[in-house]
Ligand binder design. Structure first.
Ligand code: NAD
Ligand code: IPM
Ligand code: MN
Length: 349
């Protein structure tokens, strides 16, 4: 059975890293026999240019009908003052497909521990996951307005939205080191107080899991002082956005970290957590690792395709051990030369 993958390359470095990732997937699939088909759709700024909309109806329909969705990155200065921004398309696809659980792993690869901006003894063995609520909170709350002299955003959460994301965090912790940290601002925010209440109601259903609470400001500090103290962080939309860029940096570069956005049913969407990196677009130096890891996450979680995922990951790690990496990690490789080196490793197996 051929797996259907919807491909959304997006903008700036998006098509560069998507191209790299798909070349690597093709090389690995040829060896393992993983059977898949891709269909590419316009999305983000490039879709605005082509159709006037960041999320054309045909793109949404194609994504909805696929077995999994791969997105690279959207946005950039070209559309900063456009009537519609590319980012609206991203929020719209997350909402339309009910992708409420955004899983953002932070793992320090031993091959990259020296590349962390943190001291090696602090960064080493870091392995935690941020479970970010993705379809509610201040990103979506109403009312909202922007006037010349006043603006309003609303942070709103329903009990059902909090319950399902906290449960997703506990379920993930059951497969890991059984430690959940709820990150909030319950000393100030009403929504956070409701999160704590609901977390305390749900925790007894998972007696094997240890739960603690951390205020978001203190958690931001602890991510750089004691990153190994975390296993699963569960948090609301905006806090998760901010903390995940910070956490990614601990691994050496924002350009290495993937994510899965998961709904109740239907396809998951896999994408790097970073953006379209307009500052390096067109230079051929974008780090393809975030896209490669998004692909291996897809292979594991949507297709149970462990052999293909392992093959790609082992080849990527061998390439890093050989010192082949892009400038964000302190190396001199280009996107293409790193991709070719990984493919050579894949073919060596
Ligand atoms: P960014 O994440 O694009 O870039 C931040 C920094 O990280 C830049 O210096 C960039 O060069 C570097 N970087 C990011 N990915 C890299 C990679 N793979 N290899 C090497 N270096 C990498 O953030 P930004 O510049 O604030 O945002 C640019 C645009 O991307 C904005 O329009 C923003 O809204 C959008 N954005 C989109 C997504 C998405 O598509 N999911 C996520 C975040 C931001
Ligand atoms: C991310 C991005 C998006 C977000 C933007 C581009 C809307 O920063 O996926 O982390 O804030 O969710
Ligand atoms: Mn972000």
């Amino acid at each position: 059975m051929s797996r259907q993958i919807a491909i959304l390359p997006g903008d700036y470095i998006g098509p560069e890293i998507m191209g790299a990732g798909l070349k690597i997937l093709a090389a690995a699939a040829k060896i393992t026999g993983f059977d898949y088909e891709t269909t590419t759709y316009p999305f983000g700024g490039s879709a605005i240019d082509a159709t006037g909309e960041p999320l054309p109806a045909s793109t949404l329909a194609g994504a909805q009908a696929a077995d999994a969705i791969l997105l690279a990155a959207i946005g950039g200065p070209k559309w900063d003052n456009a009537p519609q921004r590319p980012e609206q398309g991203l929020l719209a696809i997350r909402k339309a497909l009910h992708l409420f659980a955004n899983i953002r792993p932070t793992q320090v690869n031993p091959a990259l521990v020296e590349r962390s901006p943190l001291k090696t003894e602090i960064a080493r063995d870091t392995d935690f996951v941020i479970v970010r609520e993705l379809t509610s909170g201040i990103y979506f709350g109403e009312p909202r307005f922007l006037h010349d002299d006043e603006a309003l955003d609303t942070m709103r959460y329903q009990r059902s939205e909090i319950e399902r994301i906290i449960k997703a965090g506990f379920e993930l912790a059951m497969q890991r080191r059984k430690h959940v940290t709820i990150v909030d601002k319950a000393n100030v925010l009403a929504t956070s107080k409701l999160w704590r209440k609901i977390a305390n109601e749900i925790a007894p259903q998972y007696p094997a899991v240890t739960m603690d609470f951390e205020y978001v400001d203190a958690a931001a500090m602890k991510i750089v002082t004691h990153p190994t103290s975390f296993d699963v962080i569960v948090t609301e939309n905006l806090f998760g956005d901010i903390l995940s860029d910070e956490a990614a940096t601990v691994t050496g570069s924002l350009g290495t970290i993937p994510s899965e956005s998961r709904g109740v049913s239907g396809p998951s969407l896999y994408e790097p957590i970073h953006g379209s990196a307009p500052d390096i677009a067109g230079k051929g130096i974008a780090d393809p690792l975030s896209m490669i890891h998004s692909i291996t996450l897809m292979l594991r979680n949507s297709f149970q395709e462990t052999a293909t995922a392992d093959l790609i990951e082992q080849a990527a790690t061998a390439t890093l051990h050989a010192g082949i990496m892009t400038p964000d990690l302190g190396g001199t490789a280009t996107t293409d030369s790193m991709t070719d080196a990984i493919i050579t490793e894949i073919q060596r197996k």
